[in-house]
Design a protein around this ligand. Structure first.
Ligand SMILES: [Mn+2]
Length: 333
């Protein structure tokens, strides 16, 4: 994608830039925001990176992640930095006001805002944007931006590793439909910078604790149900399940992809019990639009093959709502 020349011109002078990403940051969120943070610093800008909530331990390997400030822990430092900031950049999400306390705070600030993202239907109010739903990961958007401003920076190992990790995280290691010829072109350029791609794959995917893997086993053997008539699988996970294995909601990251390895399963859903709501994650094969299902019935949205939503009901009712939604969807209601 061609980058708006106004963006390139903006970064010609030293700027004070605040970068953030979505709540419960996943591999793409962490990798793409961190790559941008390293890049802006390398270019001599005054940059701060903040996550609206803590990241899971298995992201600790990301180079430089310890420099990210967690909003609830470092509120005053963050608010101080934002005084006189030139730009706020939202990476891998597209609506500040729907992004926890930090997002709401940023939304109210009279500071120019920039969007770097690949989710459909972004909110209004961004002065600049590097946005396209054709990007398989926000990491591709950050790659385009960096390449347009100073492609030599892509040789930086930290930047290249973070971008590679972002892309493999959101693409299931280049296997989801959103992957394009361009994705492989980007991967090829990142490899040319000398990164250890196999080590990054291990850092992203082979990072389980024993308890996390046993918890996944429990989810599959004890909790997963198959809805044959919809070629769907779902896994409801309650507080008791987490308690039994000493795991957290973040240990379910990627679990939703697991039932998709069953040949005839085309839709996979996990339902995770939080304090006062049930969080839904949806995945699908081919052109089944889980984002539309999530939007219509579960106050959510996302991509065609990967989306999220929620229900304020208890688990039992939420499961029924899921079954009903699939039934209604199949009847076109
Ligand atoms: Mn993403």
């Amino acid at each position: 994608m061609t980058i708006d020349p106004k963006i390139i011109e903006f970064f010609n002078k030293r700027k004070k830039v605040f970068i953030t990403t979505h709540v419960r940051p996943d591999g793409d969120a962490v990798g793409s925001s961190l790559a941008l943070f390293h890049f802006l610093r390398l270019q001599g800008h005054y940059a701060m990176l903040s996550f609206p909530s803590m990241f899971p331990d298995f992201h600790k390997w990301f180079p430089g992640i310890e420099e990210a400030l967690i909003f609830p822990h470092k509120q005053s430092r963050i608010k101080q930095f934002l005084e006189g900031a030139d730009l706020i950049i939202a990476v891998d999400f597209n609506d500040l006001k729907r992004n926890a306390e930090l997002g709401k705070y940023l939304n109210e600030l009279n500071v120019a805002k920039m969007l770097i993202d690949h989710h459909p239907n972004p909110a209004n109010g961004f002065a600049f944007s590097v946005w396209n739903t054709a990007y398989c990961a926000a990491g591709e958007a950050v790659f385009d931006l960096i390449e347009a401003i100073d492609k030599n920076a892509l040789k930086d190992q930290k930047i290249a590793s973070c971008l590679y990790a972002a892309i493999i995280s959101d693409s299931g290691s280049f296997r989801f439909p959103a992957v394009t010829e361009k994705t492989f072109g980007i991967a090829s350029k990142l490899l040319a910078s000398g990164i250890d791609h196999s080590q990054i794959q291990r850092d992203v995917y082979d990072n389980f604790t024993e308890r996390r893997l046993r918890f996944w086993g429990h989810c599959v053997t004890e909790k997963m149900e198959i809805l044959e008539e919809f070629n769907a699988a779902f896994i409801p996970i309650t507080k008791e399940d987490f308690l039994k294995f000493g795991t957290k909601a973040s240990d379910t990251e990627n679990l939703v992809n697991f039932p998709m390895s069953i040949k005839h399963v085309n839709i996979s859903v996990i339902l995770v019990e939080h304090a006062d709501f049930i969080k839904f994650s949806f995945r699908s094969k081919d052109d089944f639009p889980v984002n539309e299902l999530a939007e219509k019935y579960f106050n959510g949205g996302g991509h065609v093959n990967a989306a999220g939503g929620e229900s304020k009901s208890n688990m039992e009712t939420a499961i029924q709502e899921l079954k009903d939604s699939l039934k209604m969807w199949s009847k076109g209601i």
